[in-house]
Design a protein around this ligand. Structure first.
Ligand code: FAD
Ligand code: 2HG
Ligand code: ZN
Length: 468
């Protein structure tokens, strides 16, 4: 790359804002899964929106492609540069300002580089609750969450990131700033620009700030670990608990017995909560601002479920420490997979009413066509979102990994499409599912997305090779 451009970028962000050495760039050019590794001439780390705008203007003038990056925890290769060595990484990791907390309006305004855990903390300190919650919350950024429309474990009650954002600030590919930081719950003044940038995976602009919704702080939660025999019973248990508990049901997660085996084998301190072995486990959580009767309600719901044959055994956490231990089993699955093998990941969504039949059918199809390959089936059943992954051996050859990935994707995604589902529920399309997207989206949908892309990014400089 033009050393003159690097010098001019340095002029904008200061010397501390450039990462040039190979060793220093390592955490930026490779993703969390260590699946995608690229090259970049420079990582640029602006301190504020004005600097992002100046960086984007320079890149536009010189025809330099830009890869926006938050915490680099994405699972679809969206934040990794390609190996051309021509793509600049624009990291938001120096933009970590909590701009304002408005407790009366129930909103928080933040820089896009603020870590999700820090947004949650700032809300708590103001006596409010920011519900977005996921395993990577200590390292992912709110900008990355918005760009991928992240889901996580509280979608069932509060919705995904899209539903938690009221306003955005975005730097466009030409450097202009769209200041849409409105804390309004009603605003019908034209097209939904905010919605357009949410989930756009850095292909339309750089999100630099956001106004997010806050909620009342729950004053108690109760968590149960439930042994269940079939996917149908898991879904039946969900329906039963929803009908009984309404909005107090704040999480309903599922994992197969094989997932629990993996966590026990690869995550230290993981202890099996129930004596017997069950084919599936559900993690069920109730929370409320008035927590007094929660435990009773959960006990009642689980007793009824057992009578109805929807649950076989259950334990309710007796303390916050026990509750955290149950959550560690659930959150440990990603790390356990990394240690146990090379996962072929499927991040799918289905109407909840079709979830059980999908699992039975997909399990049978894979047993027939891919006998012996372990299925790592877990996810956010309350949202109809499964991580229906398949684990290949750690030492699988690259060519074999590629061949099996293509074949497994086809088998699983075709079944998902036949049942009216989505092949990308919460992790985004990135590089991982870019070609798959073309197979399952209609021509009209693809055309509309390409039209929007060309209108906003005519030079195709924003995150090339991702999503579209
Ligand atoms: P990055 O990985 O840096 O970037 C992701 C995408 O967003 C890229 O395309 C990038 O170009 C773009 N981007 C980043 N910042 C900006 C910006 N400011 N402006 C424009 N574009 C931008 N995801 C879930 O949805 N639910 C889960 O439960 C979940 N659990 C996880 C658990 C673990 C252990 C890990 C490692 C990941 C998990 N993820 C989960 C995936 C990941 O954490 C999310 O996708 C997260 O939203 C990514 O945020 P990030 O800041 O790391 O973004
Ligand atoms: C989760 O739900 C994450 O834990 C990660 O979305 C999923 O590792 C995965 O496939
Ligand atoms: Zn998930």
């Amino acid at each position: 790359m033009d050393t003159e451009l690097i010098r001019r970028l340095g002029h904008v962000v200061g010397d501390a804002g450039l990462v040039l050495g190979e060793a220093e760039q390592a955490p930026y050019v490779e993703d969390w899964l260590r699946k995608w590794r690229g090259r970049t001439p420079v990582v640029v780390r602006p301190r504020n929106t004005t600097e992002v705008s100046a960086v984007m203007r320079l890149c536009r003038q010189t025809g330099t492609p830009v890869v926006p990056q938050g915490g680099n925890t994405g699972m679809s290769g969206g934040a990794a540069p390609d190996d051309s060595g021509a793509q600049v990484i624009l990291s938001l990791n120096r933009m970590r300002r909590i701009r304002e907390v408005d407790a009366v309006n129930n909103t928080i305004t933040v820089d896009a580089g603020v870590l999700l855990a820090d947004v949650q903390r700032a809300a708590r300190e103001a006596g409010r609750f920011f519900p977005l919650s996921l395993g990577a919350e200590g390292s992912c950024t709110i900008g990355g969450n918005l760009a991928t429309n992240a889901g996580g474990t509280a979608v069932l009650r509060y919705g995904n990131t899209r539903e938690l954002a009221l306003g955005l600030e975005v730097v466009l590919p030409d450097g202009r700033v769209w200041s849409g930081l409105r804390g309004l719950r009603k605003d019908n003044t034209g097209y939904d620009l905010r919605g357009l940038f949410i989930g756009s995976e850095g292909t339309l602009g750089v999100i630099t700030g956001a106004v997010l919704k806050l909620y009342a702080l729950a004053r108690g939660r109760v968590t149960a670990w439930v042994g269940v025999d079939t996917p149908g019973a898991v879904v039946g248990l969900l329906s039963h608990m929803q009908a009984l508990c309404g909005e107090r049901l704040t999480a309903f997660e599922m994992m197969s017995a094989h997932c629990l085996d993996l966590v026990q084998a690869h995550v230290s301190g993981a202890v099996q909560p129930l004596d017997g072995r069950h084919r599936y486990y559900a993690l069920v959580e109730l929370s409320d601002t008035a927590p007094e009767a929660l435990t009773e309600l959960l006990e009642q719901g689980l007793a009824q479920a057992m009578e109805a044959g929807l649950a076989d055994d259950a334990v309710i956490a007796a303390s916050e420490t026990q509750s955290q231990a149950l959550w560690r089993l659930r959150e440990g699955i990603s790390q356990a997979q990394v240690r146990a093998g090379k996962a072929v990941k499927h991040d799918i969504a289905l109407p909840i009413s079709r979830l059980a039949a999908f699992i039975e059918e997909a399990d049978a199809a894979l047993a027939e066509d891919f006998a012996g390959l372990p299925i790592v089936n877990f996810g956010h059943v309350g949202d109809g979102n499964l991580h229906y992954n398949v684990l290949l051996p750690l030492d699988v050859a690259a060519a074999e990994y590629g061949r099996l990935t293509a074949a497994l994707n086809r088998r699983v995604h075709d079944l998902v499409a036949q049942r009216g589902g989505s092949i990308s529920a919460e992790h985004g399309v990135g590089q991982l599912r870019r070609d798959e997207l073309r197979r399952y989206k209609s021509t009209v949908e693809m055309d509309l997305m390409l039209l929007i892309k060309r209108a906003l990014d005519p030079d195709q400089l924003m995150n090339p090779g991702k999503l579209l």
